[in-house]
Write a new protein. Structure first.
Length: 155
């Protein structure tokens, strides 16, 4: 007598591995659905991260324009800092930079306390504020001349 041929995929088991599906327990999520959900989440996250709110600050000789900035907690920003002056200028805000999540810290100085820009240069800093507060803003080389401001982070 001949034995029936074995099935390549036994009934009730995925690929012959794991317990039989008795019908009275949670059903496994199909892999395609899980992958699709993960992709949608990744696209939504990238969409938020790839479109930060741009805030432009211009440094001219001995002033910031504007010199008072307000940011909201947990919102992604791109600080666009331009030097339209004739001298080197810094956007010095060490307390702020310590309290935010930096997207590209390499644009800051080694101590991560300031953006330094030569005349005619511009830099972009991506960050997300994480802590409510008020933070001083100065140009480290020209604060004596009134090149100061304030940064507020609010809810």
């Amino acid at each position: 007598m001949r034995k029936p041929a074995a099935s390549a995929r036994p009934h009730g088991r995925a690929g012959g591995v794991g317990p039989r599906d008795s019908g009275d327990g949670p059903k496994p999520v199909p892999i395609a659905s899980a992958v699709a959900a993960a992709l949608l989440l990744a696209v939504a996250t990238l969409a938020r991260a790839s479109s930060p709110e741009v805030v432009t600050v211009v440094a001219a000789d001995y002033r910031f324009e504007p010199n008072n900035l307000t940011f909201r907690v947990n919102v992604a920003y791109r600080l666009h800092f331009e030097n339209r002056g004739k001298e080197l200028h810094e956007f010095t805000a060490p307390a702020l930079f310590k309290s935010v999540e930096l997207g590209n810290p390499s644009v800051l100085n080694a101590e991560r306390t300031e953006l330094v820009v030569q005349p005619g240069e511009q830099k972009d800093l991506d960050f997300v504020p994480r802590q409510v507060g008020r933070y001083p803003l100065t140009c480290a080389d020209h604060d004596w001349a009134g090149m100061t401001g304030e940064i507020a982070v609010v809810e």
